[in-house]
Design a protein. Structure first.
Length: 532
């Protein structure tokens, strides 16, 4: 039977509940336990797939095709596991399931209520993972903060789980803000006290309090939090801001958080071995030389919209002992008159994924600039599609070349919908999740991955139109990765350039601290070598 750890947030959101949970996961995993993570989000959207990236950040895709919250990316990168669709539930998804069931007579005409029907459904999602018998510990993060109206059914569900399974099997961690008042020069514990009081009013007593502060605080504050919030002093964990999220597991290790958890849950911990993580953090500390990457995207107002791309670049950079600095360029602002000036100093250009027409022409200009000036280029998903359109327009002289996503009537549909042409539904019609790509021997892709086949994750609707393949090849573009089963293009490269590669899949979802994505690493290496 799995043990459950629930993480709630107090005072404000954005304190890093996800990072805290993942960091604890790192410690438990490296002490010999099998760990799974789940996220429960209080919003009413069914999934983040159709939410605005500028408001909500990136959509993280699991290997089985789940479109999930970006926190799952942290979970996967930290714990190095492949999560699934059952790792992410929004209130909308839960309500939709309950309402569907009601329409189909699933409740036999009973009055359907938040308690017990919605809470039972939430509990069933938590118990579902437990039933698989694969994990010793399931860490579940409850999105938002305690006190939000929307999170109440989730908090009620975990209260019931604790009652059903007792304290030895269910543990509550409350991550809350410990603010510092500059005017009086002191930390204030009152917000944490209020937040715990709010939890108590819902029948929840936290077992561990993670006090998130701007900087380190005095021991005596722990006494105060302990006595007011009803937790032993050693269960008050200090977690002050860190210059890298990847240092948090080591901060929590120093507080013995994993041991406190193991003691309450009767978990049998082997000796904790964080050598690999320590090496990774040493690389971070040694990465003092900066390397600049220009990202030409359209959601640049919120860097979280490209979170996994950024983390993948950082991770690959640390592996090469370089600190990646990102220069953001809003694709909407690039035009024929200004693109050479605005992109002029770029050391390497990355065009990430995206949807819709806006900013497309700017991205095409970015690919053109990289190709014609031999600047290292990495295109991801839409970044591959627009690189193909650019090549068609400017090398094959097909002036109206386009993707049918942008111009459905183009005479040269270089990128086109191949399946499900008639669907109008914007949710659930994408090629999602893992597919195998065969790499063509001796190509750049094959050398970078050092493998014949790779499995990477996808999230897109349009594909390269194979009718144009031959003319592209005749002009020197190489198709170096193919999804054999359906003969779909997965990777393109231009060997006459020093480094010009683009992929239809999203390599950012599988990069991990101990396994940087080969395309990211190759891209950064090319930038470094060019600078020498
Ligand atoms: N909009 C493109 C498609 O649907 C690319 C998607 C993406 O970049 N994730 O195919």
């Amino acid at each position: 039977m799995s043990k459950h750890i629930f993480i709630t947030g107090g005072v404000v959101s954005g304190l890093g509940k996800g990072i805290t949970g993942s960091s604890l996961g790192v410690l438990l995993k490296n002490s010999g336990l099998k760990v799974f993570m789940q996220k429960f989000d209080p919003y009413l959207n069914i999934d983040p797939g159709t939410m605005n990236p500028i408001e909500h950040g990136e959509v993280f895709v699991t290997y089985d095709g789940g479109e999930t919250d970006l926190d799952l990316g942290h979970y996967e990168r930290f714990i190095d596991i492949n999560l699934t669709k059952s790792s992410s539930y929004s209130a909308g998804k839960i309500y939709a399931e309950a309402l569907d069931s009601e329409r189909q007579g699933g409740y036999n005409g009973k009055t359907v209520q938040v308690i017990p029907h919605i809470t039972n459904l939430i509990k069933s999602k938590i118990y579902e993972v437990e039933k698989s018998n694969k994990y010793d510990v399931v860490i579940s993060e409850i999105g938002g903060t305690v006190g939000d109206i929307e999170s109440q059914p989730f908090l009620e569900a975990i209260r019931q789980i604790r009652m059903e399974k007792s304290k030895e099997n269910v543990l509550f961690i409350h991550v809350a803000l410990l603010p510092y008042l500059r005017v009086s020069g002191e930390f204030k514990t009152k917000p944490i006290q209020h937040s715990v009081k709010e939890m108590l009013s819902l029948g929840l007593q936290p077992d561990i309090i993670v006090a998130r502060s701007e900087f380190s605080f005095e021991e005596k504050l722990k006494d105060k939090i302990s006595s007011f919030c009803n937790v032993p002093k050693e269960n008050v964990i200090e977690c002050s801001d860190s210059d890298s999220i990847y240092k948090v597991p080591l901060i929590l290790e120093k507080s013995n958080m994993h041991k406190i958890v193991a003691k309450q849950l009767n978990l049998d911990l082997k000796e904790t071995n964080v050598d690999e993580w320590n090496n990774f953090v040493e690389n971070i500390n040694a990465s003092t030389t900066e390397i600049e990457v220009t990202i030409v995207g359209k959601y640049v107002e919120l860097s979280d919209a490209y979170l996994s791309v950024i983390e993948s670049l950082k991770i690959a950079g640390y592996d090469l002992k370089h600190k990646v600095k990102i220069k953001w360029i809003n694709a909407r602002k690039l035009n024929n008159e200004n693109y050479e000036k605005l992109l002029g100093n770029s050391k390497g250009i990355l065009v990430p994924g995206g949807f819709g027409e806006e900013g497309i022409e700017g991205k095409i200009l970015a690919a053109k600039f990289a190709r014609t000036n031999d600047i290292p280029y990495l295109g991801i998903c839409l970044g591959m599609q627009i690189a193909c359109v650019e090549f068609a327009r400017n090398v094959l002289n097909l002036e109206d070349a386009n993707s049918t996503e942008i111009d459905p009537n183009t005479k040269n549909p270089i990128i086109d919908i191949l399946e499900g042409k008639n669907t109008k539904d914007i949710g659930g019609t994408l090629r999602l999740g893992s597919y195998k790509t065969s790499l063509v021997k001796n190509t750049l892709a094959w050398k970078l991955y050092n493998q014949d086949n790779i499995i990477e994750r996808h999230r897109h609707r349009y594909e390269f139109n194979n009718n144009y393949k031959k003319s592209f090849e005749e002009r020197g573009l190489v198709f170096s990765g193919i999804y054999d089963e359906k003969n779909l293009v997965e990777i393109i490269e231009i060997p006459s350039n020093k480094f010009f590669i683009a992929c239809q899949y999203h390599p950012e979802f599988t990069s991990r601290p101990n396994k940087p994505g080969p395309l990211f690493k190759g891209f950064l290496k090319a930038i470094i070598e060019k600078a020498i």
